[in-house]
Design a protein around this ligand. Sequence first.
Ligand code: FES
Length: 144
Amino acid sequence: MRFGKCTGSGIRIKPSFSISRLSPITINRYVIKSLNDSSWYKIAESVAEIHFSPNGLAIRTAAGKAITVGICNGQLIACAHKCPHAGGILADGYIDSLGNIVCPLHRYKFDPRNGRNVSGEGFFLKTFAIEEKADGVYVNIPGL
Ligand code: FES
């Protein structure tokens, strides 16, 4: 692939790329890859199988990796096993009245829907999509 053409006068002409110059096979491969996303991991046969502690949180494993799952305002949530501040086990914390996960070590709070550190210390909690389907509960962990 050339990125420019020498005109002999020392001036480089920018190439005129357009979408029509891309191979349709390349485009199709990209689409197929995104449709076959294999980042979903089954963590339980059903929500009832997950033994949530009284704080509404539990530890499950997805492909050998521990994660925190919980029920917040009737919705399933999933996030990293450890707090991004200093590694507190988030399943030992609790969910506050606003639906934030509160770390048991220093009480930093995180919004489990987007990972924002709502108590303002500047950390970010990794969160995962979680879905209950007819055959089980699945968590999406890209790159695992
Ligand atoms: S380890 Fe979680 S707030 Fe410090």
